[in-house]
Design a protein around this ligand. Structure first.
Ligand SMILES: *[C@@H]1O[C@H](CO)[C@@H](O)[C@H](O)[C@H]1NC(C)=O
Length: 478
């Protein structure tokens, strides 16, 4: 790309980011949240919620807190209905289900689903905090390599600690990964580039980065072509520029929904202002929106904020039953310490940058694949061949809340079936928005899907999900 064109694009991106921040500030001033801080009652409710979600010594609805230290020394925080490495976890024949949250959440976005007694009865549930979120250790940079290396090491370790693999046998039982938003983006990369990590991926409302990239390129190319063709055909009824712009409509729609991504790229003080300035107006709006059309109670508000904020000073002094506390990188000095970690995923290219796998990772994935990964690559190039970029090579079930205000279906879903392998499906939830783990109907659908996977996928996913979400529709199958 020419230097001038590059500079123009960067400038436009900067201006759009700044415009977005001003726009959001204006909206929250108009809504009256910008200049309203929390009341005493709301503060109290928040502290109670933080204690409920983050006190390491207390169980949450049948789940206990755990801090796991990986061989690399990195610490993850998670909740589970079974202690990792315990005889019960090692000997159990229950499938392992790992839940991965997105922005701006934590393990607690799954609080309704993982509380389900029937799920707890039939599976080992593990709800993690991503690096830099909640009670997990932070990273210096949130590049694909750093994030995916830690995630892979975590999943390999959890599989050992919950009896999926041992020294002599792999895959003694099923591993299922359930993910939303950024967790979905990351898990889609794992399904594409490390498919032996799990037997089933259940993925909701997060973009498949390579598909989005290709849909954007395709849209621009066809607009270009239409513009050129129309210009060469003078009899055309419509001005060529207008036709080209019409073709670009989905792209503009997605751009209009993506202003926040541009805001995330700005200098740190602006990003902090955007995310938590004006009495955390943005977070409050996101939390309210995440509950869809249902009533948004003071308890919902407090739990959502506690989920985004992570542990506070009182919880930093708590310990798990085996004496672990939160990693030292979790900062309690500010009310909202992890915003730049959250922004880091957008700023450091976690979605699209290349994952340079370490030798340990390559060896671990090869082992989990039972040596099958070499034969599977069609080119015969062997271990380091990744195949077509972005294609999910593990069985995946994609759940899509159709009313998602952040993700345009044309850009994010068109052509997704080409990115799926056998035993994969896309299920549309027509009345749900982006936050499928929170909205009452969609979380029931997700819970049903997890139950379906845990019980061995014995029936059609569409039939199973329609029992809890009547008009859920399987729109693609592989
Ligand atoms: C937060 O709200 C208070 C009023 O309760 C207001 O005085 C203050 O300026 C607001 N903070 C910001 C950063 O706008």
């Amino acid at each position: 790309m020419g230097l001038i064109k590059h500079t123009v694009l960067l400038t436009l991106a900067f201006v759009y980011g700044v415009f977005t921040i001003i726009l959001y500030a204006c909206i929250s001033i108009k809504n009256g949240t910008f200049f309203t801080s929390r009341t005493e009652k709301e503060n109290l409710e928040l502290q109670i919620a933080r204690d409920r979600l983050w006190d390491l010594s207390k169980d949450f609805a049948g789940l206990s807190h755990h801090i796991i230290t990986l061989a690399s020394g990195f610490k993850f925080h998670f909740l589970s209905n079974e202690a990792p490495g315990s005889p019960a976890a090692l000997k159990s024949d229950k499938p392992l289900v790992i839940f991965v949250h997105g922005f701006p959440d934590s393990w607690a976005i799954w609080r309704h689903i993982v509380s389900s007694p029937s799920l707890q009865e039939s599976a080992n549930l593990v709800a993690i905090d991503l690096p830099g979120y909640g009670g997990s250790e932070g990273l210096e940079k949130y590049s694909a390599t750093r994030v995916l290396e830690k995630m892979t090491e975590l999943i390999v370790t959890l599989r050992l600690q919950y009896g999926v693999d041992d020294e002599s046998t792999i895959r003694k039982k099923k591993t299922i990964i359930v993910a939303h938003d950024w967790g979905c983006v990351i898990s889609m990369r794992l399904a594409a580039e490390a498919p032996s990590l799990a037997d089933r991926f259940i993925l909701s409302n997060g973009p498949l980065a390579d598909l989005v990239k290709s849909n954007v390129m395709r849209t621009i190319d066809s607009a270009r072509k239409i513009h050129k063709d129309a210009r060469n055909a003078p009899s055309s009824s419509r001005p060529p520029l207008l036709q080209a712009v019409r073709t670009l409509k989905p792209l503009f729609r997605q751009l209009a929904r993506s202003g926040y991504i541009f805001a995330m790229q700005l200098p740190v003080p602006l990003v902090e202002f955007f995310l938590i300035g004006g009495n955390q107006s943005l977070m409050r709006a996101v939390h309210k929106g995440s509950h869809g059309k249902a009533e948004f109670t003071p308890r919902d508000a407090a739990e959502s904020m506690a989920s985004s904020m992570g542990p506070s000073l009182p919880e930093s002094k708590t310990q798990t039953s085996n004496g672990e506390s939160y990693p030292s990188t979790v900062k309690y000095s500010r009310e909202f310490a992890n915003v730049m970690n959250m922004a880091g995923y957008y700023r450091d290219g976690a979605a699209l940058s290349r994952w340079h796998k370490s030798l340990e990772t390559v060896a671990a994935l090869h082992h989990l694949a039972g040596g099958n990964d070499v034969q599977r690559t069609s080119s015969g190039a062997g271990l380091f061949d990744e195949g077509a970029p972005g294609v999910l090579k593990a069985s995946s079930t994609v759940f899509w809340g159709k009313l998602d205000i952040a993700l345009d279906p044309t850009i994010c879903l068109d052509g997704m079936a080409d990115y799926l392998v056998g035993d994969s499906q896309i299920v549309m939830l027509p009345r749900s928005g982006h936050f499928t783990p929170i909205e009452v109907e969609s979380r029931a659908a997700l819970e049903t899907a997890v139950q379906w996977a845990v019980q061995g996928e014995k029936e059609d996913i569409g039939v199973a999900v329609q029992r809890t979400y009547e008009d859920a529709k399987v729109i693609a199958r592989r």
